[in-house]
Ligand binder design. Structure first.
Ligand code: XMP
Length: 512
């Protein structure tokens, strides 16, 4: 294991990704609990992250001193370099010249960190973001790279296997950064690719067996990749001690519930209960036009329905959830102490306490793309693995204003045609998320010789990395024209189609 001590940088998670890509297992811990974690995990190597803090401030965070006394390799990044120097007897000063963004590193000497990547005398683009800088080296260190604003931009004490850089190797703007981190992990720490997805699968299965014993587990399956992979893993571990419940709230896409059921029942022979609760959801939504009330109504009903079904099964001791690493990671917050961020839209939130269940979360150490790899490993078809995200409240938040069965039906048809066109054009994987929205507006049109007065359908497609920010997708106009024609010709109730060209921010991806 590699231990990453988080001093609150915005990009600490990227360090973890790069370490995993290099084939080593790692854990991120906030600096406040680093001492305890260091003793417990006994890592083979440590990485110190960046931070919004200033290492020259009194009381600024430090790494546990034991990290430097354990005889293991340590890599300091940005603030991590500064605190390493401060803790080992070097000098750090508040910067006169701040460096933000692209900078160039001159390689002054060969070192193990640069092996096979950067040679002495060459110059390379790196990403800097610092105000303070190291001005005096601790004993045993030498400079291996410099930049205009940082005379100690890369330093090494090769005897003790301590390395530190002022730039950020974890971000893509340091083009060779991933290879430097791989050098640290594979050559300096000496972890050579033990961490593979099939090893993870075995470990996870063992861990689930140990946790669950011979008790019962239930899982809310949505058909999304996270809950699907979590369910498959738990099923592999404890077989039919697991029962999945799919609540069809009547707000899913065309054929979605049936596809999910077919897949899990037939292909995996997994015990799955399909609950058709669409009447309940749709009557509860009747007349409701406020987006937040709609969301809350759906969330509350979901829990009610799920709880009823679970009771019919005689209850369960465990609830399996597809919680991912970014959802659970303890972020180091400088406003109110360490805080745990948990996806607020997880529909089963609150259930474990109400029903006195424990959580089984076999994906809590993984990133989304790793979950996809694991899904592949478990034989999940590409059509499930590569799916666009779909919100818990489903089509209800894509029918702005009041929701009716009729409107949902129209929307479902339009959405299916739109997605079909996207797939046919080979664009599905290039788009983060695409969907139709049925506007609560009717407009006049002419079809054949008659006047029409029907709904407007808006099409949305965005590119994004994590859903936090997004840009609208730049389609070829002919594509949009074709999709619009098909929707208007094939869907009764729509006579006009528009395209949403709003990015996020200022818009959100969904309309409600
Ligand atoms: P927004 O609309 O906030 O959406 O830009 C960002 C991403 O989150 C998805 N989303 C949800 N997912 N339950 C979910 O599981 C929800 O309540 C929910 N609301 C939004 C949205 O589809 C997009 O991918």
């Amino acid at each position: 294991t590699i231990l990453i001590i988080d001093f609150g940088s915005q990009v600490t998670q990227l360090i973890a990704r790069r370490v995993r890509e290099a084939g080593a297992y790692c854990e991120i811990v906030p600096f406040q609990s680093a001492g305890e974690a260091f003793e417990r995990i006994r890592p083979r190597g440590v990485i110190l992250s960046g931070s919004p803090h200033s290492a020259v401030d009194i009381g600024s965070p430090r790494a546990p001193q034991g990290v430097f006394e354990a005889g293991i390799p340590v890599l300091g990044i940005c603030y991590g370099e500064q605190t390493m120097c401060a803790q080992l007897g070097g000098q750090v000063e508040a910067g006169h010249e701040r460096e933000f963004g692209r900078a160039f590193l001159e390689i002054e000497a060969d070192c193990a960190l640069f092996d096979g990547v950067w040679a002495k005398g060459t110059r390379h683009q790196v990403w800097m973001s610092h105000g303070d800088r190291v001005t005096g080296l601790p004993a045993g260190f030498r400079v291996v790279g410099t930049s205009r604003g940082a005379p100690f931009a890369a330093i090494a004490d090769e005897k003790r296997h301590f390395y530190a850089v002022q730039f950020h190797p974890e971000v893509v703007h340091t083009p060779d950064g991933a290879r430097l981190l791989s050098n640290f992990v594979r050559n300096i720490v000496g972890l050579q690719g033990e961490w593979t997805m099939s090893a993870y699968r075995q470990q996870a299965v063992e861990a689930i067996r140990k946790q669950v014993g011979d008790k019962k587990v239930i899982c809310a399956l949505s058909g999304g990749v996270d809950s699907s992979v979590a369910a498959l893993l738990v099923h592999e571990a404890v077989g039919d001690q697991l029962t999945c419940i799919l609540v069809d709230h009547g707000l899913m896409r065309k054929n979605e519930a049936a596809d999910v059921v077919a897949m899990f029942r037939q292909h995996y022979n997994l015990p799955l209960i399909l609950v058709d609760a669409s009447d309940r959801f749709i009557s509860a939504l009747e007349g409701e036009t406020d987006p937040e009330t709609k969301r809350k109504t759906i969330g509350r009903l979901f829990i009610e329905v799920f709880e009823e079904e679970a009771k019919k099964l005689g209850g369960a001791d465990f609830l399996a959830q597809g919680t991912l690493y970014p959802d659970v990671i303890e972020s180091v917050s400088f406003t109110g102490g360490p805080s745990v961020t948990i996806k607020s839209h997880h529909n089963v939130g609150g259930l474990p306490e109400r029903m006195n269940m424990q959580l089984v979360e076999p994906l809590r150490e993984l990133f989304k793309d790793e979950v996809r790899v694991l899904g592949k490993e478990l034989g999940l078809p590409e059509s499930f693995i590569g799916r666009h995200p779909f919100p818990g409240p489903g089509l209800a938040i894509r029918c702005p204003g009041g929701v009716t069965r009729e409107k949902l039906e129209i929307l479902r048809e339009a959405d299916a045609i739109y997605l079909d066109e996207i797939r046919k054009a080979g664009l599905y994987d290039a788009i983060w998320q695409a969907f139709a929205v049925l506007l609560p507006v009717q407009t006049v049109g002419v079809m054949g010789d008659g006047r029409t007065y029907e709904y407007v359908c808006a099409l949305r497609a965005v590119t994004s990395v994590d859903g936090m920010t997004a840009d609208f997708y730049h389609y070829d106009m002919n594509f949009l024209g074709n999709a619009a024609t098909r929707i208007i010709n094939e869907v009764r109730g729509i006579n006009r189609v528009v395209y949403d060209v709003t990015s996020k921010p200022p818009g959100t991806i969904e309309w409600e």
